[in-house]
Design a protein around this ligand. Structure first.
Ligand code: ZN
Length: 209
């Protein structure tokens, strides 16, 4: 079953540095607790829409991620309760203005521009949570490949942890972090994030004028 694509998450909770090799490639340590931030729902686009690089940035990068769509309200949840509350899985591109992420001490601007959250179709049919794969391709060339088994914090652990900070509500999205291999996008590129057999999102890149 897929949910119709016009639905927008109530909130988008993202996880930073949840793969050891990605933390390393940006010169960061793996955090002791999940490092979370929010993307605004207004950043959501769908497959086929354009990612618009803003004039404020000269380094817009892709981050392919496994997205978890919440189906049941979670507050102070256990890992088992978190697992049971998952409604579906969706491919996410956590598009990031890397230069602004480095210069700003808060990531709201770097992560929050319009079009910076391409989402694939949601699927309620998916492999075991520790057996998901995410692949990113730019112009058909594979650039990232990560497995949920490589995450620093597992999907149920993330849901439990986040629900102790903020209530997760039906329709909310949790983006679970990106594996290594992130890199810049250029005008005219086609970028695709795929969770094989589950969800895929493909977008072309333009520049604002
Ligand atoms: Zn990310």
């Amino acid at each position: 079953m897929t949910h119709h694509s016009s639905e927008r998450p109530g909130k988008i909770v993202c996880v930073g540095r949840n793969y050891r090799e990605h933390a390393k490639e940006l010169g960061n340590e793996v955090p002791k607790e999940p490092l979370i931030f929010l993307k605004p729902p207004s950043s959501v686009i769908r497959s086929g829409d354009a990612i618009v690089m803003p004039g404020a940035s000269s380094q817009v990068e892709f981050e392919g991620e496994i997205g978890i769509v919440i189906g049941k309200r979670l507050t102070g949840a256990s890992e088992d309760e978190g697992r049971a509350a998952i409604r579906g899985i969706v491919a996410v591109n956590d598009v990031t203005a890397r230069d602004l992420q480095k210069t700003d001490s808060q990531w709201t601007r770097a992560k929050g521009f319009d079009t910076f959250c391409p989402l694939g179709e949601e699927s309620s049919t998916f492999p075991a949570l520790d057996d998901l794969t995410v692949v990113t391709r730019v112009n058909g060339t594979e650039r990232q490949r990560g497995r949920s088994s490589e995450m620093v914090f597992s999907i149920p652990a993330l849901l439990a942890n986040i629900s102790r900070i903020m209530t997760l509500e039906p329709g909310d999205l949790v983006a679970t972090g990106t594996p290594s291999g992130v890199g810049p996008l250029a005008e005219g590129d086609s970028v695709e994030v795929e969770i094989p057999g589950v969800s895929r999102v493909t977008n072309t890149v333009t520049r604002s004028r």
